[in-house]
Design a protein around this ligand. Sequence first.
Ligand code: GLU
Length: 468
Amino acid sequence: MSDIVSRFAPSPTGYLHIGGARTALFAWLLARSQGGRFLLRIEDTDRERSTQAATDAIIDSMKWLGLDHDGDIVFQSDRVDRHNEVIDQLIASGHAYYCDCTKEQVDAMRETARQEGRKPKYDGTCREKGLGAGENRVVRLKAPLDGVTAYEDMVKGTIAVENAEMDDMILRRSDGSPTYNLAVVVDDHDMGVNHVLRGDDHVNNTPRQILIYRAMGWEVPRFGHVPMILGPDKKKLSKRHGALSVMEYEKMGYLPEAVVNYLVRLGWSFGDQELFSREELIEHFSTDHLGNSPSVFDLQKFEWMNGQYMQQADPDRLAGLLCDFLSREVEEEEAAKVGKADFAKCVPLLQPRAKSLIDMLEQARCFIVDAPFLMYDEKAVKKFLTPEAKALLEELAPRIEALTDFTQETLEEIHRQFLEDKDIKFKVIAQPLRVAITGKTKSPGLFETMLALGKDQTLARIKRACEL
Ligand code: GLU
């Protein structure tokens, strides 16, 4: 156990997209790799943009990815009184003040600064006015006017900002609501967070947040900012690049461990190793290996990685997942007719080729139906189930039927004998046979497929094909 406490603090204004999931993963690994604690806080103070559906989706996605958090989820909206309490303390200690400048006045100050070649900012008009609470008044931090605020970013190295560059930021809006920077600092402090790893869209907030920590006399956590993910065209990652929400990948039949592995490699490396088990990630993760330049999302590599995990996965688990997927698309009653055992026979055959669970389900369909319901690809039937081919299949069938021992060896043997007797090459019979028993021109090895189907099913299919 170490005393590292890290957290993920999403705003539930949309589903958890893969960029957010990657941030969560890094923060989770930071804690787990050091035996620390990982906390989850939902930053739902923006009442208009936050939704319950998004909160649920974030929680579901984290669960699906296996990013477990310690303790209860903290909802930022429950903590507004505490945020205000801290603001009041800052006012009382002289670190914050009321300001009654109107928006127009502040805009004008900014404009003047711009014209004078200075950084546009609030000019401190009310800093020393000693105003009390009142309508339309905001509370601002009395920030230091000179000096530098610097910190060692876990990813970006030293970051230093001249205090003169920073505004006296607003801590409480005129409607009484605390601002984001204030709320984050209070929550992180109260939750005991000492390592903040987040997206680099927040890097400019950090020096401001440090000013609040200092004003309160609180210990400043370590910060790290991970660069964003770009599309292959080096533009901000978006839907058209395949950047979907985490649960959309679940629906597309990706395995969570593949998603985790793909995401971690977007910005983190350990030598040139590509595939990591969860245990290996926890063992090897360190922020020292987080890259400081944006990573490029590559859907093909993502698919490849999922395929790798499909190959390695426990067949029994995949069979169970295929049942789940089937039950999503057909009536419960229909799905109930197909059990794990029906999939279990074909899963090992399909594992070397399936890219996803959806892909595997597609390929598994011909295995799980009964002969009379097998769908035949019309083109394949036309091309391969010719009268001559059917005649051969009709002759072959009794030889299969005669087998008392239905194994790879006996199947190979009777086929060899059949080809010899008929003086034909295997390819003359191979595709017709494949189409007859699977309805398609592509399938795993013929004999393996027959074995997975079983003798009766194989024969029933050949018979049906001959009657087509
Ligand atoms: N709620 C913020 C966001 O979703 C993150 C805040 C933080 O990590 O400090 O962008």
